[in-house]
Each structure stands twice: as structure tokens, then as C-alpha cells.
Write a protein that binds this ligand. Structure first.
Ligand SMILES: Nc1ncnc2c1ncn2[C@@H]1O[C@H](COP(=O)(O)OP(=O)(O)OP(=O)(O)O)[C@@H](O)[C@H]1O
Ligand SMILES: [Mg+2]
Length: 265
């Protein structure tokens, strides 16, 4: 097992240019441009309703953009059929998991591999998934609908691994999970990137987790990218600390202590 990050290439595997998507009169994303380089974990941070899910749905062809273009591995996939986009090597783990509740855990995993023909590879990846999430091995024959929310999230990510994608889109893997489980899931996300070389685009409200796990980040507000940088640099920015990492109070307390020391009011 290697923990070294995969070599990140400068060539973008995914490129969005001025993408605009709407639901009727609601313009959910308004001219979004972003890139994901091969081998990296990129993240889009944003609060409720910022447009994170809409970005992922537009990439994977669930909704067609009104304007702009989406390029994957150098080819335009703008407004292409979702099934075609999956076949090109792009896998989307949607918000809210969406496992097949009446199929067993094992069969859910096999569904993830439906476009593949390499039996040996499928068996290897099944073993990898059961190593990442031992609980899924224990529950392999149980209906997926009986799993807990956290276990369903594990299954949804695992089903995506079974597709052996070049790019994995993850929509809020931390949603509804305890802090402990969120940490575990994020550790596995990083391992998927490090050990399998899978490029990942992650959208999250949990800025702390996302910034720690990712290489490069974008901040989305009201459908627009308002900031982008390496995650190391984003973590140091005051706006990010205050609005996304909830460190405002810490900042105010620090200021009070400092004023007291100086005998200021
Ligand atoms: N099916 C829909 N019909 C109408 N408006 C929608 C629909 N889906 C999303 N919207 C609107 O589009 C905007 C962006 O929504 P989106 O789901 O992309 O946000 P998000 O960043 O994923 O939010 P959350 O963190 O709550 O999941 C919001 O104003 C939302 O109300
Ligand atoms: Mg969302």
C-alpha cells in the first residue's frame, strides 16, 4: 500500500468553461469555470443552495447547461447522455446515496461494474471495496435498503469504485453522518485517490474535511466561483476561516485577549 499521492499532471481531465445551468427561471449556476487535473482531489465548497449539486449534475449529463462547455479527457461531453458519460469513465456518487434498496449489497456492487468486461479486475476491485469497508463484506447478502445511512454512503462510494472510473464525482459524502464516520469516509476517499490514482471532484459544505482531504479548492457562492487556490492556501485565508471553518469566535476572543494585554477596551 502506498500513501504517496499520485503524480498530478498539469493536463486537466475535466474542464468547465462559463457553464450556466437553470431550473426554469432559477439560474442555479452562473458562468462557472473550473478545472480538475489528473491525479488530484479537487473540491467545490459552498453553503446550502450555492449550486454544488447542480455543477455535478451538469457534468454528468443529468441536466443540460444553457451556456458554456464541459470537456472530459479532451473531449466535449456538454449535454451528452449520462450513460455515454459513464462509459467514458466518469462516475457520479449522488447526494443522498441512491442505492438499490431491494438488491443485496453484493448485487449493488456488481451493478457498479456493469460496463466492465474484465472479470479479474472486477473481482480485485470487489476485494478492495470489502477491505476499505469491512462492514459491507459482513452485510454482502443483505438488502441494501436495510443498511444505515452511513453504510449506504459507503456502498454508494463503493459502487462507484466498481466502475473503475478515471474521475469520481462525490456529492457531500459527509451529509447526515456523525463526525467520526465523516472522518472515516474522508480517509477512504483519500486512499482511493492515493492507492488507485482516481481523480476526484468533491463538493462539500464541510469545509474543514474537504480542505484537509483535497489538493485544490473552489469557493462557490450564489452560483458563482468567488475564490480558488490550493487548499493549503485557502485554509489560511481569513474569509475562509471566518465563514467556512467557523473560526470567527476564535478570532474575536483572540482580539479581546490582545486588547486586554494592551489595556485597550
Ligand atoms: N429541481 C430543482 N428545481 C428548482 N430549483 C432547484 C432544483 N434543484 C435545485 N434548485 C435550486 O438551484 C439552486 C442550487 O441548488 P443546488 O442543489 O445545486 O445547491 P447545493 O449547493 O447542492 O445545496 P445543498 O448544500 O443544500 O445540497 C438553489 O437555489 C435551489 O433551490
Ligand atoms: Mg447539494
Amino acid at each position: 500500500m502506498t500513501q504517496n499521492p499520485p503524480a498530478v499532471s498539469d493536463t486537466p481531465v475535466l474542464k468547465l468553461l462559463n457553464v450556466e445551468s437553470a431550473y426554469g427561471p432559477i439560474r442555479a449556476i452562473r458562468g462557472v469555470s473550473l478545472q480538475v487535473r489528473r491525479g488530484e482531489i479537487a473540491t467545490v465548497l459552498g453553503s446550502n443552495g450555492a449550486g454544488k449539486t447542480t455543477i455535478l449534475k451538469t457534468i454528468s449529463g443529468i441536466i443540460d447547461p444553457r451556456k458554456g462547455s464541459v470537456e472530459f479527457k479532451g473531449e466535449s461531453i456538454t449535454a451528452k447522455d449520462p450513460a455515454y458519460i459513464v462509459q467514458q469513465g466518469l462516475s457520479h456518487v449522488p447526494e443522498g446515496r441512491e442505492v438499490f434498496p431491494l438488491l443485496s449489497v453484493h448485487d449493488n456492487l456488481l451493478m457498479g461494474a456493469y460496463t466492465r468486461k474484465d472479470k479479474d479486475g472486477i473481482a480485485r476491485d470487489m476485494e478492495a471495496v470489502y477491505t476499505y469497508f469491512p462492514i459491507l463484506r459482513e452485510r454482502a447478502q443483505q438488502d441494501a435498503g436495510l443498511l444505515s445511512g452511513g453504510q449506504q454512503q459507503m456502498l454508494a462510494i463503493s459502487r462507484s469504485i466498481m466502475a473503475a472510473p478515471d474521475l469520481m464525482l462525490l456529492d457531500e459524502p459527509s451529509l447526515g453522518l456523525s463526525p467520526k464516520l465523516t472522518k472515516e469516509i474522508f480517509e477512504i476517499v483519500v486512499r482511493i485517490n492515493r492507492e488507485r490514482g482516481t481523480t476526484i471532484l468533491l463538493v462539500e459544505q464541510n469545509a474543514n474535511m474537504a480542505l484537509n482531504a483535497s489538493d485544490y479548492g473552489y469557493v462557490l457562492e450564489n452560483g458563482r466561483i468567488v475564490m480558488e487556490d490550493t487548499c493549503a492556501r485557502l485554509r489560511e485565508k481569513d474569509d475562509i476561516k471566518e465563514f467556512y471553518l467557523g473560526m470567527k469566535e476564535a478570532g474575536v476572543r483572540g482580539e479581546r485577549r490582545w486588547k486586554k494585554k494592551k489595556n485597550w477596551r
